[in-house]
Design a protein around this ligand. Sequence first.
Ligand SMILES: [Zn+2]
Length: 109
Amino acid sequence: MTLINYNLSGVRIPGYGCDVCGKQNVKLWRLNNVMMSDQTKLCIDDAARRVRVDASKIREPNVPRFLDPGHIMVPAVPSDLQGGKIDNYWRFEAVPRAGWEWWQGLPLR
Ligand SMILES: [Zn+2]
């Protein structure tokens, strides 16, 4: 297990792409309270579809962390890698500041 060091500039996380459309290195969301084995990471449009929210008017820099009122979708900020693949995500409450800065710095679409 390798903890991701977000303090390094230009961190690229292998496999950080939408599991539906394949878009890479954009802001991704995941379902909160879902076991890692069932985890999917989704771009804004696929995440919004999943929770039946209209995200068409969301633009940078005003990207909300939560897409849905129930906060089912949370930003997908990986915490560590195993064998070069994402092994886990930070719990929403535990994402370190540098992790947030990394996620905020990714393009929306
Ligand atoms: Zn997608």
